[in-house]
Ligand binder design. Sequence first.
Ligand code: NAP
Length: 266
Amino acid sequence: MGEDRSVDIGAGIPMPMLGFGTWEISHNDTYAAVRASLDAGYRHIDTAYGYHNEDEIGRAVADSAVPREQIFITTKIPSRRIGLEDETVANSLTGLRTDYVDLWLIHDPPEGEKSIDLWQFFIGLREKGYARAIGVSNYSTAQIDAIVRSTGVTPAVNQIKWSPRLFDPVRLRENRDRAIQLEGFSAIRLTDLNDPTLVPIAEAHAATTAQVLLRWQIQHGVIAIPRSITPARIRENIDIWGFELEPGELARIDAMSTVVPASPGS
Ligand SMILES: NC(=O)c1ccc[n+]([C@@H]2O[C@H](COP(=O)([O-])OP(=O)(O)OC[C@H]3O[C@@H](n4cnc5c(N)ncnc54)[C@H](OP(=O)(O)O)[C@@H]3O)[C@@H](O)[C@H]2O)c1
């Protein structure tokens, strides 16, 4: 299939549409899971200061045969680290055994003016070369507009909770209109994999419902970062390029949404 497996998030930086999530993977399991993901072909890893696993990820990347520069690494700084930003950055880079990350995100929106100050710090991170791209996570459109208004710099990515039940075309359009790449987390965890809408669609493509969820997300142009410690599932979740959902199937999955669209800009 000739579709793009990466998206340009600005300045010619390609971000793989599918990555490997690492939240809540225990210390003991992280190294093996990341090695398995790299062996399976993932070239994008999502972590965060708050996941306490950057060290194991750095070790797994260093021990793998895949060169660092071929792997897109995202990490995040949580708002509770305000005041300790430099220390947090040093910690993440040391743990990940790298001089830079591909994408650094504000993990959660700080209150009021602090959001603008932290975004200014992120702009500095990019200017100094510690981050190739910078973005946010768990931000509403209004919160994004506030930091852009104050700094003139638009986040490359907004990483938010995303699943069929949370499908929100207004949010999708608002991010797209601002040239912000949407990245969605937890679609598998938040969905019943035996859902009667998903099962027949999966059967029609000889796929699993988890694979259908990932296809649905990616065909909407939303980056997906499934997490698993199970080698067979790690491989299953990246084996999604051999089939394509029809427009009618996408619409049936969209209709699982329980979101009442927010008013624009909220
Ligand atoms: N920015 C944020 O605030 C934020 C918040 C949450 C998550 N995230 C990121 O997004 C990533 C993904 O979200 P998530 O970890 O919440 O959930 P997820 O990837 O939607 O789901 C993970 C769970 O689904 C299971 N699973 C994975 N693939 C499966 C498959 N093919 N079939 C059946 N079960 C499967 C895993 O089990 P096993 O491991 O037992 O296989 C695990 O229990 C995180 O790891 C993290 O990197 C970011």
